[in-house]
Design a protein around this ligand. Structure first.
Ligand code: NAG
Ligand code: NAG
Ligand code: NAG
Ligand code: NAG
Ligand code: NAG
Ligand code: NAG
Length: 377
């Protein structure tokens, strides 16, 4: 089909139908200025039906699609230009329908996730701390027919409340008479005095609070007698945590005797099931095979021999410092002798001098003319 107003070439259509068609297509695509289908857009559509070809200068008009509305001044038409092109046109003048504004819920906040109320966007809801959300936390702005509407009703924010915390056997909690607890309200558990010789231990959190899900922050603790057996370590001794009775969380530390090494943990704790955790260690005899004999090594692993810390015993002779020590003693003795001799010499000298003065009968006079006998001894 030739565009209107275009003359046919003098070809015999009967004898050369293929050639005729080819020529026609070639004509349209390279030699004609005709425009083909006008551009399509997301937000606007052509008014009327599109034609296969448009003459140069021919105009097409658009309108905004359903759900969009036009805001001037951008043009919504285009004209067929030379060289098979349409003059530029855009759909930016067509705006999406918008959902109605929704206010922040009481004790909460509505947040536009996509920055607009246009359909396709989302409205997210959050409640203030201490409140919880009832309903959908996200609403979607959707197009229904030609209007944009929210996908549901906005949610509500309700105050978080907790029912009273659990009552426990052999114990009690504070505020036991309160019926309703608010967010972050806390209670503290304590154990009753035990009827027997051993007290109840509180196992778990003693303080719990009303939290986010209207649930208590922790499970209620337990009150029961926890008593671990006396931890016997043969060839070793306790170095801390002495006592006769070992209740919940009692901690004991051990050390092995000379010639023994510790297999297990040097520190054990009495756990809620009345067992030691980790288990009570053992002190094993140090092997005397040549492989393991390395007295100088103080690194990890079994210590084969136990060397007493000699420096802690002052009277104990230090084997490799003996010679040096006696040398020191000699020096000290010499100094003492020198001092004694010197003092003796000085004393003798002084005595002689004083004896000399006494014979002369010398008197000295002070400022107040009081006579002082200098040499009276
Ligand atoms: C026609 O369009 C082609 C490519 O689309 C371009 O190369 C050519 O320069 C254009 N001619 C004119 C006259 O605009
Ligand atoms: C809107 O925002 C949400 C959350 O940021 C995102 O998941 C969604 O893809 C966005 N929708 C559109 C249409 O941009
Ligand atoms: C409750 O949840 C909010 C938000 O997730 C958080 O900020 C707050 O710390 C939570 N409160 C508690 C007690 O866990
Ligand atoms: C609240 O409940 C949800 C599921 O029920 C859980 O995943 C979340 O950890 C709970 N939060 C708190 C603070 O207990
Ligand atoms: C320590 O004891 C554990 C078991 O209690 C044992 O498997 C391990 O071989 C012992 N280690 C030594 C060095 O004896
Ligand atoms: C006791 O509790 C500890 C951990 O607390 C556990 O390793 C051990 O197996 C428990 N023992 C018994 C007898 O339940």
């Amino acid at each position: 089909m030739a565009p209107p107003g275009r003359r046919e070439r003098p070809f015999s259509s009967g004898r050369f139908p293929g050639l005729l068609l080819a020529t026609l297509v070639l004509q349209l695509s390279s030699f004609s200025d005709a425009c083909e289908a006008p551009p399509t857009f997301e937000a606007m559509e052509l008014i009327g039906k599109p034609k296969p070809y448009y003459k140069v200068g021919e105009r097409v008009d658009y309108k905004c699609k359903k759900g969009y509305f036009y805001v001037p001044p951008l043009a919504t038409h285009s004209i067929c230009d030379r060289n098979h092109t349409w003059l530029p046109v855009s759909d930016e003048g067509c705006y999406r329908e918008m959902c109605p504004h929704i206010r922040d819920p009481l004790n909460g906040e509505a947040i536009l996730a996509n920055g607009s109320y246009e359909f396709g966007s989302e409205l997210h809801f959050i409640c203030n701390e201490g409140y919880y959300l009832i309903g959908k936390d996200i609403l979607y702005c959707e197009l229904k027919d030609t209007v944009a509407v929210w996908s549901g009703k906005p949610p509500l924010c309700e105050k978080i409340l907790c029912t009273p915390p659990p009552k426990i056997k052999n114990g009690k909690h504070t505020f036991s008479e309160v019926e309703v607890f608010e967010y972050l309200d806390a209670v503290t558990y304590s154990c009753d005095p035990a009827p027997g010789p051993d007290p109840f231990s509180l196992i778990g959190e003693s303080m719990i609070y009303c939290g986010n899900n209207s649930t208590w922050s922790h499970a209620a603790p337990e009150c029961k007698v926890v008593k671990c057996r006396f931890p016997v370590v043969e060839n070793g001794k306790q170095i801390s945590g002495f006592g006769k009775k070992f209740y919940y969380k009692a901690t004991v530390m051990f050390e092995c005797d000379k010639g023994y090494y510790l297999n297990g943990s040097d520190k054990i704790v009495c756990e809620s099931n009345s067992t030691w955790d980790p288990p009570v260690p053992k002190c094993l005899k140090v092997s005397t095979s040549p492989n393991t004999k390395s007295p100088t090594s103080s690194a990890s692993g079994p210590r084969p021999t136990y060397k007493p810390p000699v420096s802690n015993y002052p009277g104990y002779p230090k084997p490799d410092e003996g010679i040096l020590d006696s040398l020191d003693d000699w020096v000290i003795a010499l100094i003492v002798i020198v001092i004694v001799v010197a003092v003796a010499v000085i004393c003798v000298a002084l005595y002689r001098f004083l004896q000399g003065r006494k014979k002369k009968g010398t008197y000295l006079t002070d400022e107040n003319h009081r006579e002082v006998k200098f040499t009276s001894l």
